[in-house]
Design a protein around this ligand. Structure first.
Ligand code: SF4
Ligand code: MSK
Length: 670
């Protein structure tokens, strides 16, 4: 529970959010920040002083003492393991269902039934086809797209065998999964398997329950989420760096403001097209607006930010704040992370909250269902409705706070950036890590949670890692948080970076914090880690890499699925806030030391951000030592830090490499 009576600066470190929270107080309006403080604490449900099971109606059973069991005899360990497994199954289902919908869209495109959509990235389609065994030779784009879409759909319902993407993992990892029976057979099957085995009277061995949960999480990371990412890239383009802006200041006082919120790019991409339609722009002017501004919230925002450069109005805890500006004509929501508080809040202003998914209706919201077969028409109807709402605006307060960002570092783009068009390669990154210029890599990802100061854990952890020469990749709401404080912009972020990291980023031309997409795109990080292994010099498996994953302000069940698939892939994953499973020492041990000895990765919950950084750096250094790499020494680098970029690129490749990575060019490096 968030401490009662926090002042505004303890609720959020974001000045835009602070200004709007002050407005909410003046107007006597509650938000998630204040509701979090009002919520009576439940130390059993939060895992602090007990464990609660609601899996059957003999209970609920609350276990608060050593040796106490539920009415059926279930132990605290079994209950904690079941609770975690069910959360993972729910998170995996959400991500994966998102992937399924994209497969349906690609199928409709291939059949010519989705006007307005097209295969925008044919190279990616060919690459995915190759990875999943769909022939391409002499075939049309639509034929290949149809087979890829149907291959994806088949993997959801597959009953036996294994998912195609598993074989794209490092060989040693794949073999380990096979040996441990962790290779997912089908995406839906694994989710159902976990829901079944955690039903009352089924699997009661905590270690076995959690092993099943790992397989389900892997079905998300190397299945549903990876499909979602790849199919989005095929349909809407693989992201590459774009210049855009982030925070509530992207809303415009004199224009119709439309926000897209949730996770799916499918409708939002059509809204991007609709807001540029001259007829709708003229219609907006006829209502007294100077134009139409489209911006995003949460991960729908990340999807259109990294592909279209559409600005972001903010992350998870900004959804209510955006409405509180009084400047939003329509908030268009699809799936996941949408607060039920929105329609009630919108009633105090003029905002229309519009649900669009067949899976999501919210009492008080307007429902305009999205259908990929008539997507542009739905998008146009939504934009028109927002324009009609413009004259209904009351008093507006748009904080003059926004930051420039450069998002969109897909692993394909990184490959190109590091190695060049013809020799795409992760070699320079591996060499920089091997030389010690870059100490290691951290993925700092995930949500906001009003139990902690908004963005502060993200900010503190990221800045400390940068100072220690750790390259940071980000997704989801953490990426938007980084953007708000200038960390997604080369010049600003480089000020925060240690000398070695700074040199590498300046030479390659990347910021030290790389925006890699939405929360479903954590699968891109799996691909980056795999490429680092494949490139050579950093071990044989993801578990050998000097790399960590951190979710400082997590709140979603999807975060637990992500953390678990990352751990099952060999990564050390640290979660902030607090542990819902703390009361079970055995489950806490199983997911940390237990998983580490089984799969090389582990999951830990640590409330103190400084301790998170300490453990992350300790892990990175431990992995460096195991690889026999030089110990990290920040005093060794920084002499060529201000090397002019344009001059650098005029040098022969070997000299570029020697200059930047401190190691001579090696045979086969490029
Ligand atoms: Fe209680 Fe067992 Fe039912 Fe859970 S499954 S609510 S522990 S009786
Ligand atoms: S939106 S899951 S709050 S990252 Fe992906 Fe943000 Fe977390 Fe939702």
């Amino acid at each position: 529970m968030a401490r009662k009576g926090r002042d505004i600066t303890e609720r959020t470190m974001d000045p835009a959010a602070q200004a709007i929270l002050a407005r909410a107080e003046q107007l006597g309006i509650m938000t998630a920040f204040t509701r979090a403080e009002m919520m009576p604490p439940c130390t059993i449900g939060s895992g602090k002083s007990g464990m609660c099971c609601k899996n059957c109606f003999m209970g609920p059973c609350r276990i608060t003492k050593d040796g106490q069991v539920g009415i059926c005899g279930a132990t605290v360990e079994t209950i904690a393991a079941r609770n975690l497994a069910r959360a993972i199954a729910s998170g995996a289902a959400a991500h994966s269902d998102h992937g399924r919908d994209l497969a349906f869209t690609l199928e409709a495109v291939a059949l010519g039934q989705a006007p307005g959509y097209a295969v925008r990235d044919v190279a990616k389609l060919w690459e995915v086809a190759r990875r999943v065994g769909v022939p391409t030779e002499g075939r049309t784009v639509n034929d290949v797209a149809l087979d890829v879409a149907r291959k994806a759909l088949a993997e959801f319902g597959q009953q036996r065998g294994e998912l195609s993407y598993l074989r794209t993992a490092p060989k040693r990892r794949y073999e380990l999964w096979k040996k441990l029976d962790l290779a997912p057979r089908g995406i839906d099957r694994e989710v159902v398997d976990t829901l079944h085995r955690t039903h009352m009277g089924d699997d009661q061995d905590p270690e076995h329950i959690l092993r099943g949960a790992m397989r389900t999480a892997l079905a998300d990371g190397w299945g549903g989420s990876m499909w979602a990412t790849d199919l989005s890239d095929i349909l809407f383009g693989t992201p590459s760096p774009k210049v855009s802006q982030v925070n509530l200041g992207v809303l415009k006082r004199d224009e119709v403001n439309i926000l897209v919120h949730g996770h799916e790019p499918t409708l939002s991409e059509m809204i991007v097209a609709a807001v540029q339609d001259p007829e709708l722009l003229a219609y907006a002017r006829s209502k007294g607006a100077n134009g139409i501004t489209l911006a995003g919230i949460c991960c729908t925002s990340n999807e259109v930010l990294m592909r279209q450069g559409v600005p972001s109005a903010g992350n998870f805890l900004h959804q209510e704040l955006a409405i509180l500006t009084g400047a939003v004509e329509a908030m268009v929501v699809d799936v996941q992370c949408i607060m039920q508080a929105l329609p009630n809040l919108a009633e105090r202003f003029h905002t229309k909250v519009i649900t669009t998914s067949s899976k999501v209706k919210i009492p008080g919201a307007l429902h305009m269902e999205f259908d990929e077969h008539r997507a542009l028409q739905v998008a146009r109807d939504i934009v028109r409705l927002a324009i009609d709402n413009f004259p209904n605006r009351g008093e507006v307060l748009i904080p003059d706070v926004k930051a420039d960002v450069v998002p969109g570092f897909s692993h394909e783009y990184l490959n190109y950036m590091l190695g060049g068009t013809y020799r795409g390669s992760f070699r320079p990154l591996n060499d920089a890590i091997m030389a010690g210029r870059i100490r290691g890599v951290a993925a700092v990802v995930g949500c906001n949670n009003p139990k902690v100061t908004q963005d502060k854990e993200h900010y503190d952890i990221t800045t400390e890692l940068l100072r220690n020469d750790v390259l940071v990749v980000q997704t989801g709401c953490g990426a938007i948080a980084a953007g708000k404080y200038g960390m997604l912009l080369g010049e600003a972020a480089l000020e925060l970076a240690g000398p070695g990291l700074r040199e590498v980023c300046e030479a390659v031309g990347i910021p030290p914090v790389l925006h890699m997409g939405s929360c479903v795109d954590n699968s891109r990080i799996l691909t980056v880690l795999t490429q680092m292994v494949t490139e050579g010099g950093l071990g044989e498996d993801i578990s050998d890499l000097p790399a960590v994953g951190i979710a400082p302000e997590w709140m979603s069940e999807k975060a637990l699925a992500i953390g678990t698939y990352a751990a099952a892939s060999g990564a050390y994953v640290l979660f902030g806030v607090e542990s819902p499973y703390e009361f079970s020492e055995e489950v806490s041990r199983l997911i940390s030391a237990g998983w580490e000895s089984m799969v090389g990765g582990k999951l830990e919950f640590v409330s103190d951000p400084q301790e998170i950084v300490r453990r992350a750096l300790e892990h990175i250094d431990k992995k460096r030592a195991a690889l026999k790499l030089p110990a990290y020494d920040p005093t060794k680098f920084g002499q060529s830090g201000d090397y002019p970029l344009q001059y650098y690129f005029e040098l022969p490749l070997e000299e570029q490499q020697a200059l930047v990575y401190g190691v001579p060019a090696r045979e086969g490096n490029r």
